[in-house]
Design a protein around this ligand. Structure first.
Ligand SMILES: [Zn+2]
Length: 327
């Protein structure tokens, strides 16, 4: 092994970098760092972490220092076709900063920059739950909803690079206010934040007394984590909230399937960890909601398998050129 590809996933609070062997996509080394709140510090941290994972991979392989062939960078927001981050509620310091060119100048390497969930979708299509599937969508359920679209075996970027933001499909104009400034986006209902909101609403209606008791009667303090833990311990009110959640999740997935007819819909992000609480109900609601219902060829709804590394691995794979290199 004499070549390395490095993928970096920048989140709102954490950076994860992986060094992979481009011949077989094996992760040789990984490292985490904190995200910075200034662009200069962020770029310095990215340059550092590239060095850390390339040194680490060298130590693991026991060979002479391998050559870093390419670097991919996943950013949490909309990334235009030049690689510039244009909007990112959780990484404001990097908006309209030319991270790509500045990091390329430091590292002396070309860098591919892409939306983080698009990177994750690509990783799942190449190595994860969607391996071998040419038409799939990944939705990542976390604080919000991210998304990535693989169509005919290629990542869909859109005319300007902004494709794959299903979280901001408007599903209920009378719904709660979104971080984007509008009301009733899908992610206000079907993300971790949405789960908490559905829990608060159920508690205010008197339908989730167990949840309300845990927050001392202050329904506003109910968050997605609390609902998940309570549901896992069998609290009926929390389980009913997951029933509602599964409808909202299915509604958005049905919209996506009506538009794109994918073979597979994948659920990733933090809420994928408790998919047993909602996946089956989501499949049932999806069949009710999607156009044609039972008459159409079934679309699979499955859990993504690469977990929190999907974004970083996908960034590395996209930097390689979207194909594993046979050496
Ligand atoms: Zn929105």
């Amino acid at each position: 092994m004499s070549k390395l590809s490095i993928g970096i996933d920048v989140g709102g609070t954490k950076i994860l970098a992986v060094a992979i062997d481009p011949s077989d996509s094996t992760i040789l080394f990984e490292s985490r760092a904190d995200t910075s709140d200034s662009a200069d510090a962020l770029i310095a941290a990215l340059a550092d972490i590239v060095e850390v994972v390339s040194e680490g991979a060298t130590a693991v392989s026991g060979n002479a220092k391998p050559v870093v062939r390419n670097v991919g960078l996943g950013l949490p927001g909309i990334v235009d076709s030049t690689g510039m981050l244009r909007a990112a509620p959780n990484l404001q310091c990097a908006i309209d900063v030319d991270v790509k060119s500045r990091l390329e100048a430091i590292l002396g390497l070309p860098i591919v920059v892409e939306n983080d969930a698009s990177c994750a979708a690509w990783a799942e299509a190449m190595l994860g739950a969607g391996r071998g599937v040419r038409d799939l969508l990944l939705v990542t359920l976390g604080t919000g909803i991210g998304g990535g679209i693989v169509r005919s075996g290629e990542l869909v970027r859109g005319a300007h690079g902004f494709a794959g933001e299903p979280g901001h499909m408007l599903v209920d104009p009378s719904g709660p206010t979104c971080t984007c400034g509008r009301s009733g986006c899908w992610e206000r209902f079907a993300s971790g934040t949405g789960l908490g909101w559905l829990g608060s609403r159920a508690a205010l209606r008197g339908d989730a007394p167990g949840l309300l008791e845990q927050v001392g009667g202050d329904a506003e303090r109910i968050d997605g984590e609390l609902v998940s833990v309570a549901a896992q311990s069998g609290d009926q009110g929390a389980l009913d909230v997951f029933g509602e959640f599964s409808w909202w999740l299915a509604a958005g997935l049905a919209n996506l399937a009506n538009l794109l007819d994918p073979e597979l819909l994948l659920i990733g992000g933090g809420l994928a960890d408790c998919a047993d609480l909602y996946l089956e109900q989501t499949r049932v609601h999806f069949r009710e909601l999607v156009l044609g219902g039972a008459a159409r060829t079934e679309t699979g709804i499955e859990v993504a398998t690469l977990g929190s590394r999907a974004g970083a691995v996908g960034a590395a794979l996209l930097a390689i050129g979207g194909k594993t290199e046979k050496s």
